[in-house]
Design a protein around this ligand. Structure first.
Ligand code: FES
Length: 109
């Protein structure tokens, strides 16, 4: 299957600290603005099936609000217990005022 960049938001849609649930390539993903830097990661925590959308973004990491694990938004790696598996991260690009993700290119997990 050819790589397919998918538009998921306007470039200025999210303020720092905000996130948005999106679907792309049949996956449930989260677009996160961490201090002005955009990241796309899996929506669901790797520890249990719980949405990271219910957590918050702090210092370049996303916190799962169920058991408190943090994941690095750049690498997807957990930085605190109890999660010990990474979440996937995805390439992001901004073009013509839109944010695009490449959902076929999961990295990290
Ligand atoms: S479900 Fe996310 S840390 Fe347990």
């Amino acid at each position: 299957m050819a790589d397919q960049w998918t538009a998921i938001a306007d470039a200025d849609e999210l303020a720092p600290g905000q996130m948005k649930r999106v679907e792309a390539g049949g996956k449930r993903l989260l677009l996160c603005n961490a201090d002005g830097r955009l990241h796309v990661v899996d929506e669901m925590c790797s520890h249990e099936d719980y949405s990271l959308f219910l957590g918050c973004i702090q210092d370049g990491r996303i916190k799962c609000s169920l058991h408190g694990s943090y994941f690095d938004l750049e690498t997807g790696k957990p930085t605190t217990d109890p999660a010990n598996e990474p979440i996937c991260t995805y390439p992001v690009e901004i073009r013509d005022g839109k944010v695009y993700v490449l959902p076929t290119k999961a990295m990290g997990a």
